[in-house]
Design a protein around this ligand. Sequence first.
Ligand SMILES: [Zn+2]
Length: 360
Amino acid sequence: MSPRPEQWLQVRPQGLYCEPGGFYIDPSRPVDRAVISHGHGDHARPGHQRVLATAGTLAIMKTRFGEDAGGSLQALAYGEHLAVGEVELWLAPAGHVLGSAQIVMQHAGKRVVVSGDYKRRPDPTCALFEPVPCDVFITEATFGLPVFRHPHDADEIDRLLASLRVFPERAHVVGVYALGKCQRVIALLRRAGYDAPIFIHGALAEMCELYRAEGVELGTLLPATAAAKAAMAGQIVLAPPAAIADRWARRLPDPLVAMASGWMRVRARARQGGVELPLVISDHADWDGLCATIAATGAGEIWVTHGQEDALVHWCTTQGFAARPLTLVGYGDEDEETALPAAQETIQVAAKSAAQEGGA
Ligand SMILES: [Zn+2]
C-alpha cells in the first residue's frame, strides 16, 4: 500500500520535512536542503547548504543574507517541474510578495500543496495566486477568523489620499514592512494617480531597488531625509513600523501616523497603537479568501498552520473536509503581519513624542 502524506511529510524540530525528497520546507534552522516559499524572515533563513526557490525569492535572500543565502542556490520558475529524490516538485504563484510560491509535491499517487503565506487579491507587485488541485492542502491561517474581511485596497489608498487633501500641512507617515507591503503601497498609490515623489526611510531603499530591478514600476522615490522639514508638509513618507520611533520621524511636520496592515481591521488595536489612520491592507488571505481557496483546491484533507488554526479547522470539518492543525514552530516571529503588536508599541512611542513636541 502506498504511504500516506502524513507518513512522508514529517514535522521535525527544523520544520516540515519531505522524507522521500530529502528536503525541508521553510526550515527554521540551517539544513542540508531547503525549499523556500518566500523571502520573509520567518520563512527564508540563512545558512542552508542547498536552497531551491523562485529567482525572485533567491534575489531577496541574496540581498538580505549575502554569502549566507546558501551554499548553492537553484532557481525554479513557476510551473517548472523538477524531480527531487522520489518527489516531483514544482512551484505555483502565491500572490503574497515578489517571488512568493506555493510548494507542490507529488509522491506515491498523492499531491500535497504547501501554501506558504498567500493572498487572493490582485497585487501589482507580484504574480496572482493560482489554486492548484491537490489531495492535501496545507494552508496558512494568519487571518483565520470570520472577523477578518479585508476591504478593497484601492479604497484604503483613497482614504490615505483623502486625508492628504484634508490635512495638507501634515506629513503622512505610513508604517509598512520593508518586503512587500512597502512596494505594494507605492504601486497602489501610483495606480491611484499619485505621481508626486514618495519619501522612504533608508531601511526600505534596498528592497525597493530590488523590486525595480525585477520590473516593478515604483515612480520617483526620495530619501526621507532629502528635504527640509517645511517641504515635507503634505508629503507621503513610508517607514518600517519599528523605525517610526527614530529621531528622524520627529523632524517631520505634525506627522499623521498611518499603518498598512490586515491587523488594522481591529480598530481597538489601531487606537491602542496610536495609529491615527489605520489602513486595512494585507498580504494575507482574509477569512473569505482562506475558505474559498480551500474549496478551490478540491483537497479532501486540510492541514492548517501558523495563525488562527482552530476556527479554520472547525469550519473545514463543518464543510466535510478532514482537517487538523499542523503545529510548526518558528513562524510569525518576523513576518510582516504577525510582528505587528510589537511594532505598534513603537508607533505609540513615536506618536507620543511627536505630540509632546507640539507637532510644529
Ligand atoms: Zn510572509
